[in-house]
Design a protein. Structure first.
Length: 391
């Protein structure tokens, strides 16, 4: 008996024959077009497997509402009645893509084991004529390892490249050990920053979990973040309705879970620096940060960063994740990074082979600066044309 594939509020199952490896009486795959239809079970599985915040229904549904361009396909693998894996994708111009962009820290999917990842990847491939594309995949996650194994052992056409390097800091067990690990120059610089800020008035740090006045605090924090270079470049949260909507929704959802951390460094009560962060399972994730431009010479952002690292250690965290690209200011705190990959798995069809040719030949020329030095302008232009072809 072939593995059952049922579509709920989605396209009917493909007319192409299923590969023989899907023949299993105990497994079935359901495909949903709405996150809420499976959110409760998905959350239970994510809790059991200790999945990260970005692979959960709260994040995916908010991302799809703010940034989604294609039809959502949530592939759910069941073994009997028990959910064993979830892979969220969006259909875009004939390709199935992960619901990610540069607001997404990483992507891993939720799989009970390697077999669950393999099944859902292969089901995804059957549902596209072109290829499966996942950006910002965690290098060492089960999904990435399964794609690598399928490429090496099963003969599937795959391609991968480093898309970003996200800095992180392994935290010691006490704050004294962390401060001792800093260079003498760094410690001296931090003391000088504290003195400069203190010369302006009373300095305080407040961290909220969003229990009250959440919208008011978000508005204040978003204004701080927009006051500097991000506002001038149009990359601040409040520069676009879609990003404001997304981060506001995420803040409310993570506040209900007790994961939200809104941090403010204030000088005489005025917000001088702001963090929007998530803290769960011993890990502190820095999603967004900013400082007021007129206090730039006093480095309030650096002072807040030091304070939040110390607080993370005091709260028992073992890792401080800076997320995003390997920016120079992050390298002042750490040299260790987590690689995020762009992964492609191609169908053995004419469109799939054309996609493979474009990806392998052209897209590396347009690598994002987060992955290293950008290519010359001519090669970047070729990469942009290739990206348009791939949708």
């Amino acid at each position: 008996m072939p593995l059952t594939v049922a579509g709920f509020d989605s396209h009917p199952a493909t007319e192409q024959p299923w590969p023989t490896r899907f023949q299993d009486e105990s497994e079935s795959v359901e495909i949903y077009s709405r996150v809420d239809a499976i959110a409760a079970e998905w959350d239970v599985l994510a809790d059991r497997l200790d999945a990260g915040p970005w692979d959960r229904p709260d994040w995916i549904s908010a991302w799809q509402a703010a940034f989604g361009q294609g039809r959502l396909h949530v592939l759910a693998l069941r073994r009997g009645e028990q959910l064993a894996g979830v892979l969220a994708l969006q259909a875009l111009h004939g390709t199935l893509c992960a619901p990610t962009n540069w607001h997404t820290p990483s992507f891993a999917g939720v799989f009970a084991d390697a077999e669950a990842a393999t099944t859902l990847i292969e089901v995804a491939l059957v549902r596209t004529q072109r290829h499966l594309k996942v950006t910002l995949a965690e290098k060492d996650c089960r999904f990435s390892k399964t794609v690598d194994r399928l490429g090496r052992r099963a003969g599937l056409r795959t391609h991968s490249r480093v898309m970003a390097r996200s800095p992180y800091l392994s935290l010691p067990s006490d704050v004294e050990a962390f401060d001792a690990s800093l260079t003498a120059k760094r410690r001296s610089g931090l003391r000088r920053i504290r003195r400069r800020l203190a010369d302006l008035g009373e300095v305080s740090v407040h961290v909220s979990r969003g229990e009250d006045r959440l919208d008011e605090l978000l508005a204040e924090g978003f204004a701080v973040e927009r006051s500097g270079w991000k506002g001038k470049r149009g990359s601040a949260i409040s520069s676009q309705d879609s990003t404001r909507q997304f981060y506001t929704q995420i803040a409310h959802r993570f506040a209900r879970r007790g994961w939200l951390r809104l941090a403010f460094l204030r000088v005489e009560g005025r917000a001088a620096a702001f963090d929007l962060a998530v803290e769960r399972a011993g890990v502190h994730y820095l999603l967004k940060t900013g400082y007021v431009e007129d206090l730039r010479s006093c480095a309030p952002g650096v002072a807040l960063r030091h304070e939040m690292i110390l607080r993370s250690i005091a709260n028992g965290c073992t890792s401080y994740e800076f997320l995003g690209s390997d920016a120079p200011w992050k390298r002042e705190w750490t040299r260790t990074v987590r690689e995020r990959l762009q992964l492609h798995v191609f169908r053995a069809t004419v469109p799939g082979r054309l996609d493979q040719l474009v990806v392998v030949r052209a897209l590396p020329a347009a690598a994002h600066p987060a992955a290293g030095r950008p290519a010359p302008a001519g090669r970047r232009a070729a990469g942009r044309r290739a990206a348009r072809w791939l949708g």
